[in-house]
Design a protein around this ligand. Sequence first.
Ligand SMILES: [Zn+2]
Length: 204
Amino acid sequence: MVPAREALALLREGNRRFVDDLRNPESLHARRIELAAGQAPFAAILGCSDSRVPVEIVFDQGLGDLFVIRVAGNIVAPSQIGSIEFAADRFGTRLVVILGHSNCGAVATTLQQLKSPRERQSRNVRAIVDLVRPAVESLLTSEFKDDLPALIRQAVRANIRASVRNLRHGSEIVRHLIQNDGLLVVGAEYSLDTGEVEFFDDIE
Ligand SMILES: [Zn+2]
């Protein structure tokens, strides 16, 4: 474990390097000046908080390119929907990607809770589990129920699809933009093993 003060020092040093780089005229200098005046991210990504799936790195994008929302389990709750409405409305972003990933801890925790709901759980964690649960519950009685890796694989995908559905139908603004203004909401899964992102093909 990295002690908190050391962690803070790592962030400070990292930001110093970043700022040095920004000052370098051959580097990001011009882009920073341009972005200080406003942003127009070309995609919004709702991803998981997992440290192994840093969205800008995974898609090889830089400053000002992506509007990123990250929450454990890439769940769609009101504040996530609000963030996406904000990006679509203010910045004209027309692509939203729900990005889940293999071996998602939030999904695994939800399956565990469903299998043996004994531990006491903070109500804040439960708020996440409760949003993942409806998508994965039925898998516990499916053909995958005794094969944990397969179960998690299926549950991750089911959770991504549920988030896509919840976003498409959970907001009047999003629904309107999809129908009338070219907004696209797609699901995708990142593989921790290969680094590849597979986009789901059920684009409406
Ligand atoms: Zn995750």
